[in-house]
Design a protein. Structure first.
Length: 250
């Protein structure tokens, strides 16, 4: 069944360019639809319309891909790394237009969603959309007191952090499990929050992003989202407009 979408999304879904770069291509007049110069925001049906970039026809996008990767520590969340380090795209079956939903830093583990639906990826990561992310940190320090302070909110250099959920559990040997749920994705937000609370982070795992939970998926493995997760993702994306997917909270 064919699907109408904005021209920028069609180009991104076909793997021609990121949505931002696709907007540049359209603005420069390099994209045509059925022989006419395309306009930004124009609605197209890639299965029916003749869409070309610099005169070359693009392929109609394939089926939407949504997958969950259990990102290991020591892996880059990027398309390529100039230092030759392993990236998350080395761990999954690639697809045209595949992108990640919210960064995890080099040593942070856990839930990383990947999709070729660029519009939904933007919607799910916009800081104003308040999609919940849950992190489990293994920490040293006075976690019970830190939890009390965190529940009241903590001011960081780029603004206050007010978790929607905070729990702590002793692990022994001066270590605690510190569980935080937040609804925004500022860069390294969880690690910076723990530092502000006087906690030293030994390990950090994102265990949930929106409706998708890590569960027992082994480290380094991936799986497609199930139908229930896909429906929940579709509902969240439909309720939200586009935003910036680049930063994330770990």
């Amino acid at each position: 069944m064919s699907e109408s979408m904005r021209i920028q999304r069609a180009l991104a879904r076909a793997g021609v360019a990121s949505r931002r770069h696709a907007e540049v291509l359209v603005a420069e007049g390099r994209v045509t639809v059925n022989g006419r110069v395309a306009q930004i925001g124009q609605s197209v049906d890639p299965e029916k319309d003749d869409i070309r970039v610099d005169g070359t026809a693009i392929r109609a996008p394939g089926a939407r891909v949504w997958m969950l990767l259990h990102k290991p520590p020591g892996v880059m969340t990027t398309r390529s790394d100039p230092n030759g380090r392993q990236t998350v795209f080395d761990l999954v079956q690639d697809a045209p237009g595949l992108t990640y939903v919210g960064r995890l830093d080099y040593m942070t583990e856990g839930v990383l969603l990947l999709t070729n639906d660029g519009a939904a990826a933007h919607a799910l990561t916009h800081p104003s959309r308040e999609v919940e992310r849950t992190y489990v940190a293994t920490v040293r320090g006075d976690a019970p007191t830190a939890a009390t302070v965190a529940r009241r909110g903590v001011d960081l250099e780029d603004g206050p952090v007010r978790p929607t959920g905070v729990k702590t559990r002793p692990l022994g040997g001066g270590m605690h499990e510190f569980v935080l749920t937040i609804t925004e994705g500022r860069k390294r937000e969880v690690r910076r929050l723990c530092t502000a609370l006087g906690l030293s982070v030994e390990r950090l795992v994102r265990v949930r992003y929106g409706p998708v939970e890590l569960g027992d998926l082994p480290v380094g493995k991936s799986r497609p989202l199930n139908s229930k997760e896909r429906r929940a993702i579709d509902q969240l994306a439909a309720e939200r407009t586009s935003g910036n997917p680049e930063s994330e909270a770990e």
